[in-house]
Design a protein around this ligand. Structure first.
Ligand SMILES: Cc1cc2nc3c(=O)[nH]c(=O)nc-3n(C[C@H](O)[C@H](O)[C@H](O)COP(=O)(O)OP(=O)(O)OC[C@H]3O[C@@H](n4cnc5c(N)ncnc54)[C@H](O)[C@@H]3O)c2cc1C
Length: 468
């Protein structure tokens, strides 16, 4: 097969006959949407308001059969293809220009098996869809820190959340995947069936097929203890130093954020978010000895909090359709130099909507063997995230430049990157994706050659196929 080509649009599809499009439409229970159809603009919109791509065709898939039809159609017609889960990927890779977007967004069911503590979820679910259902049984699994993020993209790249200290990454908790591979076949990937694929799907991103179902291990998650604690900006350095010194002894029950942001009135503050899944008296005592002691708090909102509420704590600050730009580095500690860089850098932040945070790794994540799954960096203790957010397109450059500068200054202290927070290939270069996989890169490239030798799925954090 020749190099895959994008289909361009100009009112209708170019390079595909009407008969082919009509026949494809008939195969889809969920429907096919073209640029001239009602609803097209809403469907191509994703979380990042900067993304303005125009797929030639959007397949609104209604299940695995539709997904297989879409994969076969893209492959047979050499179309560029992108896959949309929750649409939160920062560079908007869920949407392609020209080509076919496979849109899983309307597949949102979650089925719970409370006896075996398992949940099977559809690929368009957000963490809200998932947590709302699992919490009905006082169960949960590590998911993202924001409830409107999609479960599938997040899990395929690794998945870091409020329960990770005790239970590892989201992907560490997937028991089985169902997936349509680029040859159009529906396969299972778990410890017994296609174990190589199972390994690659836990961290390797959307490189190996279109996932139709994810089955997760659940864990007891009752009323949590945690929430937010704030400090004045003047105390930010003391807070980060106390936080950094505490992290190596952090118990598994606790997972945290530490960051800088602005209150609605414009006041700059430092803040911690704590999520403790366990005994509340022990949690309260731990907070007395740590977050309430790192430096003097200006507002202490720590206490009992339902898990779903914790999951929504920063939903508003990360609301969809504003303009976003994210740079991130993984670190094994937080050196004083990095604390100086971020505190001084944040004092010059161009937008009041921008946040800067450390999101905690470590604990259970680090106890999995390095090659247990495709996820590349189990020795990180935090992810440093520069989360630029603004609304005026005229301010794109200044906001992006701010995040880039802080990331560049911090990068001598970084050890790798998190693939789910990596920018576009054009901006970052292929080296950054490779750096996200560390020692697992060659095994992933060989796996890609086995399941997707033509690189049909390349509108993603791409692993190029290299036959082993
Ligand atoms: C507000 C916000 C908060 C975040 N918080 C966290 C966090 O706490 N922890 C964390 O680990 N990450 C976090 N992230 C990063 C997040 O993991 C990535 O943005 C992830 O890509 C989101 O998945 P999605 O399904 O919403 O994305 P989409 O943009 O829909 O998909 C991203 C990519 O995943 C692949 N993909 C999606 N669905 C499928 C499928 N069905 N089959 C095959 N491939 C598929 C595709 O390659 C696609 O390009 C956050 C991102 C945002 C925007």
């Amino acid at each position: 097969m020749s190099e895959l080509r994008a289909v361009t649009i100009g009112g209708s599809t170019v390079g595909l006959s009407q008969a082919k499009v009509d026949s494809f439409r008939k195969q889809l229970q969920g429907g096919l949407v073209l640029a001239t159809d009602h609803g097209y603009d809403a469907l191509r919109k994703v979380w990042n308001g900067q993304i303005d791509r125009r797929p030639a065709l959007i397949a609104r898939v209604a299940g695995a059969k539709d997904i297989a039809a879409a994969v076969n159609f893209a492959r047979d017609n050499e179309l560029l293809v992108s896959v949309r889960g929750g649409g939160h990927n920062m560079p908007g890779l869920a949407v392609c220009d020209g080509g076919l977007m496979i849109d899983c967004n309307s597949l949102r069911n979650v089925r719970i098996d409370p006896v075996n503590q398992r949940a099977s979820a559809d690929p368009g679910c957000t963490w809200w869809d998932f947590d709302y259902q699992t919490q009905s049984f006082a169960l949960g699994t590590p998911g993202g820190a924001v409830s409107h993020t999609g479960i599938t993209g997040l899990t395929l790249g690794g998945g870091l959340g409020w329960l990770s200290g005790k239970h590892g990454l989201s992907s560490d908790n997937v028991i089985s995947f169902e997936i349509v591979t680029p040859d159009g076949k529906l396969r299972k990937a778990n410890a017994d069936e296609n174990p190589d694929l199972y390994w690659g799907l836990r961290g390797g991103g959307g490189n190996f097929g279109v996932v139709t179902q994810l089955e997760y291990q659940l864990h007891p998650v009752g009323m949590m203890y945690g929430g937010m604690i704030l400090y004045t900006f003047d105390n930010a350095k003391d807070f980060f130093k106390g936080y950094r010194d505490f992290l190596p002894s952090c118990p598994d029950e606790l997972t945290t954020f530490a960051g800088l942001f602005k209150l609605p009135d414009g006041t700059t503050v430092a803040g911690g978010i704590c999520a403790y899944n366990g005994d509340h008296a022990a949690a309260n005592k731990l907070m007395d000895e740590t977050f309430r002691k790192f430096t003097t708090p200006m507002a202490d909102m720590l206490g009992p909090i339902p898990y779903c509420k914790l999951q929504q704590l920063i939903d508003e600050q990360t609301a969809p359709h504003r303009r976003y730009y994210v740079k991130s580095n993984l670190m094994r500690t937080i050196p004083d130099e990095v604390i100086d860089i971020i505190v001084e850098g944040y004092s010059k932040v161009p937008s009041p909507l921008t946040m800067l945070a450390f999101q905690q790794f470590g604990n259970a994540i680090g106890r999995f063997p390095k090659d247990a799954t495709a996820f590349g960096h189990r020795d990180a203790i935090v992810e440093q995230v520069m989360f630029s957010c603004w609304t005026d397109p005229a301010e794109d450059d200044v906001n992006k430049q701010w995040a880039r500068e802080l990331s560049d200054l911090s990068s001598p202290f970084a050890h790798g990157h998190y693939v789910n927070q990596t920018g576009s290939l054009e901006e970052e270069g292929a080296d950054r994706v490779q750096a996200a996989y560390g020692d697992n890169w060659e095994r992933l490239a060989a796996l890609k050659a086995k399941y997707d030798p033509m690189n049909l799925l390349r509108h993603n954090q791409n692993i190029k196929p290299v036959a082993g």
